[in-house]
Every structure is written in C-alpha cells, then in structure tokens.
Design a protein around this ligand. Structure first.
Ligand code: GLY
Length: 312
C-alpha cells in the first residue's frame, strides 16, 4: 500500500564553514539545496521511484559549480578531473558505481546505467569511459570543468605540497573549508529507499586515488529493510569504517531508528579513526537524520512530505 508521505534528504558537503564563508556563500548554498529539494518533491509526489529521484537530485548538484562533483569537481595532482559516483536501489540491492571517470557531466548517470544493466557493479577509469561511450552518454571537453576557482585551489595545494579539501580557503590542519561531495537519499510513496553519492574527491589528490563515494557500504548504501545512507567527508576514514553499512546494520540488528543509528555510526567513526565528515540517513519508516563530526554540513530534508528544511 502506498504511503504518500515520502521523505528526501540531500547534502552538498561537510566541513567548517567560517562566518565569512557563510556570509559570502550561505544564500547560494541554501538556494541550491532548496531548489534540489523542490525538484525532488515534485518527482516524489507524482510517484517516481526513489532510485530515479536520487539520481535526478544528484545530477542537479553535479551541474552546479558550487559543489565538488560533476562540473564543480576539484583537480587532481595532474591538473585533471577524476570523479567517483555510486547509486543503490533499496528494493533489490541493485547498485552501480564508477571511479576515476572524466569528461562526464553526470557520473551518477553512468553509475545508474550500470545499476540498470545488472552486470558489473563497478567500473573504473578507461573501462568506465568505454562503457559510457557504448551507452551513448555525452562527454564534454576539459573547458567544462576547468573553473578558475578550481585551478587556483590546485596551485595553492601544490605550493603547500599537500592535498586539500574543495574550497580555496580550505586548510586541512584546522578543517577550515568543506569536504566536497554531494548526495541524496529518498523514501518514495511506495515505501522504497535509494541513495546516491558523487564527488570530485580532494584537491591535488594522487592520480588514481579513489575515495569512499563510489564504494557500496562506505559512501553509499540503501536497503528497503533498513535505511538509505549517503556520506560526505574524508573518504579514507569512511572507507575504513564502512560507515554506510555500519549504520544500516545498527538499524537491522539493534532495531534503531535513523537518528539513533546515525548517532551510533558517527560515534564509531570518531572513536575508531577520528573520522571527519557526515551522513544523511532515511530509515525504512521515512524518518530523516543527519550526523556530522565536522562543525557544519550543507544539507536539507523533507520528512514525511512536510516543509523543506535547509541547514548549513
Ligand atoms: N568523500 C569523498 C572523497 O573522499 O573522495
């Protein structure tokens, strides 16, 4: 039986947004998250499946240069874009993931294509790009991605001989800045869950480095029996804690709701690896929760069809 009280959450990265940054960017971030939630609401109200909705929401975030995914992706040590994305359908645990892809405006669309193809769950690098060409997915030139801000960030990171988070003012030592990744989780009116995550990774990251975002169970997870999770943060921490599946296991094995399971997951992340970042979670009853070990996370939600809420 349909429960028309759908739920939706989206995020655009976690970190420490200082006052100046909030003043400069806060309205734009709020508006962007609000626009994505409004679009997702329209799709969910007309009965679209959760997996279609999270893909559509993540594509909007990938199209927005404000966020470190798709068009706004940061640059690696070679001055190139390498993106990761994944999507999962809670109905049957179908999943698709791509890593180290380039020239694609919407990596999540390629991950979604893998999900629907029912073959390999994950493709990387040139194999993924060949699959994109076979699927007729549009590719774009470097100009689409090489934004002045991203080039400046790379120069700054190179000068400091470090990797950086995704904003010019980012300073890894004190976490000023934002861990860029985007994601969405949804419960549709049919009671099904889905999750999707997409990222450009870290500024000046090592060529070939893959974070948590495309790893099923780390940066993304969805199971109708438990919950849907999308993560953002320092990928290595999230990979080592298999954080998305850990949260789902708390729902499954301890009967926790979204809020309790999210708190348990964040406690584990902090206790075991002092992990930095956050998650958005919707449980199988449509309850929404967010948790982050950073000072801020750019996110928003619609719980049980209610008014949208946006938080920075
Ligand atoms: N969480 C995104 C990354 O570490 O690449």
């Amino acid at each position: 039986m349909d429960d028309r009280r759908f739920s939706l959450m989206v995020h655009g990265g976690a970190g420490t947004l200082d006052d100046a940054r909030q003043r400069a960017m806060g309205d734009a971030w709020r508006a962007a998250i609000g626009t994505v939630l409004a679009h997702g609401r329209r799709l969910l109200e007309r009965g679209d499946c959760a997996v279609e909705v999270v893909e559509a929401c993540v594509m909007l975030l990938e199209d927005d240069p404000l966020f470190n995914a798709g068009r706004g992706s940061v640059l690696n040590e070679a001055g190139a874009v390498e993106m990761d994305a994944a999507i999962m359908d809670g109905r049957d645990l179908a999943a698709g993931a791509v890593a180290g892809v380039h020239h694609l405006p919407n990596p999540v669309a390629l991950a979604s294509r893998l999900l629907r193809d029912n073959g390999p769950v994950m493709l990387v690098g040139e194999g993924a790009m060949r699959f994109a060409a076979q699927c007729g997915i549009t590719q774009v030139s470097d100009d689409y991605f090489l934004l002045a801000e991203r080039l400046a960030q790379l120069e700054q990171a190179r000068a400091g001989q470090t990797t950086m988070l995704d904003h010019v003012e980012a300073a890894p030592a004190d976490e000023t800045g934002k861990y860029g990744t985007v994601g969405a989780v949804a419960r549709d009116i049919h009671g099904h869950l889905a999750a999707a995550t997409s990222t450009g990774g870290l500024v000046n990251k090592r060529l070939g480095r893959v974070g948590d975002s495309p790893l099923i169970g780390a940066g993304v997870y969805a199971d109708d029996e438990t919950c849907a999770v999308s993560a953002t943060g320092h990928g290595e921490d999230f990979m080592r804690c298999v954080i998305a599946k850990t949260i789902a296991d708390h729902v499954d094995m301890q009967g926790l709701d979204a809020r309790q399971a999210t708190r348990a997951g964040m406690d584990y992340l902090l206790r075991r690896v002092r992990g930095r970042g956050g998650v958005i979670v919707i449980d199988h009853h449509g309850n929404c929760a967010s948790g982050f070990t950073t000072r801020n996370m750019i996110h928003g939600w619609i719980e049980h069809g209610a008014e949208a809420v946006v938080r920075l």
